[in-house]
Each structure stands twice: as C-alpha cells, then as structure tokens.
Design a protein around this ligand. Structure first.
Ligand SMILES: Nc1nc2c(ncn2[C@@H]2O[C@H](COP(=O)(O)OP(=O)(O)OP(=O)(O)O)[C@@H](O)[C@H]2O)c(=O)[nH]1
Ligand SMILES: [Mg+2]
Length: 190
C-alpha cells in the first residue's frame, strides 16, 4: 500500500521535493512513475487512504510544490472529500508560510466522460466555501487558531490563496503530464 517509503529518508529540507497527494484512486502512483522522466526532482507519493494522512504533516515541510491529484472522471462522487483534503493542504502552516505552490491536476482526462478543469475548479471552490462557512459558524467565538482562506464575506476563489494555485488537466496513464512538467519548471525548480 505504501508506494514510496519516506520514513527512512533524512528529514532535511530538499528544495526540489514535490509532494503528490489526493484521494485514493485519483492516480498518484501512475503519475509517480511518469515523473521518472524528470530526474532531479524528488517526488513523494502520499497514499490517499485517510489513515495515512498524518504522513502529509511529515512530508509537507519538505515540499517545494504540491501536486494535488483529482480523479476527473469520478469527480462528483468524491467532491466533498476532495475539497476537504485540498482545504487541509491549503491551510497547513508550512504551506501558508512558505506559499508553497499547488497544482490541482485533473487526472484521467483521457476518459471521454472526464469533467473539465473549469468545472472541477468551480466545484472545489464551492465546496471549500461551504466548508469555511460551516466551520466559521461553529467556531466564530474562538476563531483564533482557525485559518481563514480568501476574503471574508466573499465567495471563495482559489486565486485568493497566499499560495499560487494552478488548475490543469492531463492523464498519467497516457503520459499526458506536460502540466506537471510545466508546473515543476515554472514554480519549483530554481
Ligand atoms: N483512464 C485513466 N486511468 C488512470 C489514470 N491514472 C490512473 N488511472 C487508474 O486509476 C486507478 C488508480 O490509480 P493509482 O495511481 O493507483 O491511484 P492512487 O492515487 O495512487 O491511489 P492510492 O494509492 O490508493 O492513494 C488505476 O486503475 C489506474 O490505472 C489516467 O490518467 N487515466
Ligand atoms: Mg497510490
């Protein structure tokens, strides 16, 4: 189940580390093997199983970039879980502080029924907005440790994040990974 063992790696920060994350089945491991093409980059594949999420806290401080993989084909059945996962990442202290760039990679675009990146972006923003509203409603009294993304009173938009957030589509399975390569070239590799 563990695709890439990182426990034995030194904890030192590697400026060229990319963290691959996303729900189970979104296609991270397939993408991981595609990324063999880009050798100097150290890619960490975090399995999507909820039980393994604490691993993210361990690897995110090393991340120069995050690739959040979304299953564009089977998107609607898991949009809420995907939005929660994304929200978790976008509000991590280390991501906020270092403004770690995030690529939302809408994977499986080779399937004819896959949703477009525009659709996925809109749905994710809508869900993150809902999440924030419900969390704010619960904790408005002691909001001190809660991170507020976006502009209060405005509908959430990914461009309001401190991090650069890019949404692109492709397919790990067919090698259509130019969006990931470009992301690494532009935002990660110095
Ligand atoms: N059509 C299509 N299928 C894909 C693509 N990428 C992955 N898949 C399929 O999706 C399934 C899940 O892919 P994985 O790479 O194992 O997913 P994962 O994100 O690593 O899942 P976990 O390790 O459980 O978190 C496999 O059956 C893949 O063959 C793609 O680009 N297109
Ligand atoms: Mg995997």
């Amino acid at each position: 189940m563990l695709d890439c063992l990182t426990a034995s790696r030194p904890k030192s920060s590697k400026p060229n580390t990319i963290v691959l994350c996303g729900l189970s089945g979104s296609g991270k491991t397939v993408l991981f093997y595609q990324q063999g093409k880009i050798k100097p980059i150290h890619v960490i594949d975090v399995p999507g199983h909820a039980r393994l999420k604490p691993k993210l806290d361990e690897v995110l401080p090393q991340a120069a970039g995050v690739v959040f993989v979304v299953d564009a084909q089977d998107f609607l059945s898991s949009v809420q879980a995907a939005a929660e996962y994304l929200y978790d990442i976008l509000t991590k202290a280390t991501v906020l502080k270092k403004r770690v760039p995030v690529l939302i990679f809408c994977n499986k675009a080779d399937k004819v029924t896959a949703h477009s990146k525009e659709f996925i972006k809109k749905q994710l923003e809508k869900e993150v907005n809902k999440l924030q509203e419900s969390r704010n409603a619960i904790s408005s009294a002691d909001i001190t440790d809660e991170v507020q993304l976006g502009v209060p009173g405005e509908a959430f938009n990914l461009s309001q994040c401190p991090s650069k957030v890019i949404v692109a589509e492709g397919a790990g399975l067919t090698g259509n990974v130019s969006a990931v390569e470009q992301f690494i070239r532009e935002y990660v590799k110095p």
